[in-house]
Design a protein around this ligand. Structure first.
Ligand code: ZN
Ligand code: ZN
Length: 191
């Protein structure tokens, strides 16, 4: 070995026997092992949040453990691909949103004749002129045209005054009569 040229084997040997390097290597190994175990725990909790099956979380962490501290990142990729897409909380939230949407749709009333959307306090369907409600002459609240008496005050509606279904086409011929409907109804009930 010529003088002045460093021996690579000796440098490497000095390096790996250096106590500082050995300590650093030990710490790195401990860290990787902790990361491996922590990832296994994460997979366990993650599967718990995504499945009601009590066995699957153990399978998820076993998958991470099985891939050893050197290769467990491959197991993480594999797990992220096969795990359920939604967490249970997300599934619950989505079903709640769907339910409220359904309730919203049901709340919107439809005209019984033309199926157009109508408001619950409209007297007449603006599309087909069908009578939707009438005003009770006693309490001035909206009553269903089918009711024989007012649900709010008990006022008896005379049978003749109940608007028949055939009133719709007749009303269509004379739209000017539609506007003062409550007044016309009142005069009909009190002849
Ligand atoms: Zn209508
Ligand atoms: Zn009434």
């Amino acid at each position: 070995m010529p003088e002045g040229l460093p021996d690579p084997g000796k440098i490497w040997n000095d390096f790996i026997t250096n106590p500082l390097v050995q300590t650093a290597a030990t710490l790195i190994v401990i860290y990787v092992v902790l990361l491996w175990l922590g990832t296994a725990y994460w997979a366990f909790r993650d599967m718990q949040a995504r499945s009601e099956n009590p066995i699957l979380p153990y399978f998820a962490s076993a998958l991470i453990i099985f891939f050893t501290p050197l290769l467990f990142l491959f197991a993480v990729v594999l797990y992220m691909i096969v795990r359920p897409r939604e967490t249970l909380a997300e599934v619950y939230e989505r079903s709640l949103a769907e339910e409220s949407l359904l309730a919203e749709v049901e709340k919107n009333e439809l005209c019984p004749v033309c199926r157009e959307r109508v408001q619950s306090d409209w007297l007449v369907c603006p599309s087909c002129r069908t009578r939707l409600h009438r005003v009770c002459p006693s309490c001035n609240r909206l009553a269903d045209p089918e009711w024989p008496l007012c649900a709010y005050c008990g006022h008896e509606f005379p049978r003749a005054a109940r608007p028949p279904v055939s009133a719709a086409p007749r009303a269509a011929e004379r739209p000017s009569e539609l506007a003062p409907e409550p007044t016309g109804f009142r005069s009909a009930t009190n002849p």
